[in-house]
Write a protein that binds this ligand. Structure first.
Ligand code: ATP
Length: 344
């Protein structure tokens, strides 16, 4: 089910939570909305779900107009044929696993098919044998699977996930991450997934949409977002960035070496932090201009040690021309303001 937003805006008490937004999410893809707390991810998801109404703009799901405030269109959530898997699980505590999953299909009057649909959904999330348990008798991961099964049983072709794994411990989160992607792919549904966790976004998505302060800064495949960020915020938020030229040219830590060849760029610095990650040491190095870089090493280095960081020019990424022109414009504005102050 394709999702299309045109000129969608949303403000709370006069403060914009979403600036005019145009977005097309292709059918059958796994798309992640990634961004820091308060950037508008959940608001966007709630608008698609119909839990919130936009101030302006239109929303189409599967080609059907579900929201158009100008013309009084606002289809309620239950008619949008989508599933929701949110972080607080929202399972009915007084209902068994079976009843929780059967709730949607029953409410839609598909009495005859209910048993078949519930059995299929339980099998898809591998919860056979848990049908008679109550939510409090399940682990966090199992509760998440029930929430997912509920969407499957409702035959939802679009499933919205709002930080569904954030309440789980690190190990379970890793397991569930893989399971969830596999299940989504097997079912061929469209998934829109909200998270502020870049690892989750990188490992699960076909497309990542990076947001900040109610705006989309960049959208692309995980590899594009990581290797070719177009905005300094994206470079900093997704992975670690070492700035060769502030906000304009950067290199990722895995491309920083310790031994030089003839054509390499060399940067001198002092080791300020060493963190052990099992498979490598992460080393923070402060350069002469006070920029702090991150590099990886196989051996522990000493704090205060003077080192040279080596970069092949081809691994230095220049941020998008569009951003550069915007930054140049704002720089010109700043310089203009400065001149005004000096001339006063
Ligand atoms: P988080 O990761 O913390 O959940 P988010 O990116 O999902 O953050 P939103 O919940 O969409 O962010 O919030 C975006 C902005 O809108 C925030 O500044 C938030 O305070 C504001 N906001 C969201 N819902 C409401 C509301 N019901 N009333 C007033 N302000 C709201």
């Amino acid at each position: 089910m394709e999702v299309e937003l045109c000129g969608v805006t949303k403000a709370f008490d006069g403060t914009a939570a979403l600036h005019p937004l145009n977005l097309k999410i292709a059918s059958g893809t796994f798309t992640t909305l990634l961004g820091p707390s308060g950037c508008g991810k959940t608001t966007l998801l709630r608008l698609i779900a119909g839990l919130e109404g936009p101030d302006s703009g239109t929303i189409r799901i599967g080609g059907k107009l579900v929201c158009d405030p100008k013309n009084g269109v606002n289809m309620p959530p239950q008619q949008r044929e989508l599933g929701m898997v949110f972080q607080d699980f929202a399972l009915w505590p007084h209902m068994t696993v079976y009843e929780n999953i059967a709730f949607g299909p029953r409410a839609r009057g598909r009495r005859k098919e209910v048993a078949e649909q519930v059995a299929g959904a339980i099998e898809a999330v591998r919860l056979q044998g848990f049908e008679k348990r109550y939510p409090h008798q399940l682990s966090g991961g199992q509760q998440q699977r029930v929430a997912f099964a509920r969407s499957i049983a409702s035959r939802a072709k679009l499933i919205l996930f709002d930080e569904p794994l954030s309440a789980l411990d690190a190990l379970l989160r890793d397991e569930m991450r893989e399971e969830l992607v596999q299940m989504v792919r097997k079912l061929g549904v469209t998934a829109i997934y909200v998270t502020h966790d870049q690892t989750e976004a990188m490992s699960m998505s076909d497309t990542i949409i990076v947001m900040k302060q109610g705006e989309v800064l960049q959208r692309g495949k995980p590899e594009e977002i990581y290797h070719a960020p177009t905005h300094p915020f994206v470079a900093q938020f997704v992975g670690r960035s070492n700035w060769v030229e502030p906000n304009i040219r950067m290199v990722r830590p895995e491309n920083v070496r310790w031994i030089a060849r003839s054509s390499d760029r060399i940067f001198q610095g002092v080791v300020t932090r060493v963190s052990y990650f099992g498979d490598r040491y992460e080393v923070a190095v402060r350069l002469a201009d006070e920029t702090v870089w991150t590099a990886y090493h196989t051996e522990r280095m000493s704090l205060g040690e003077t080192v040279q960081l080596v970069v092949d020019e081809q691994h230095i990424h220049t941020l998008g021309e569009m951003y550069r022109s915007i930054s140049e414009v704002s720089m010109e504005k700043e310089q203009g303001k400065l001149r005004e102050v000096i001339n006063r």
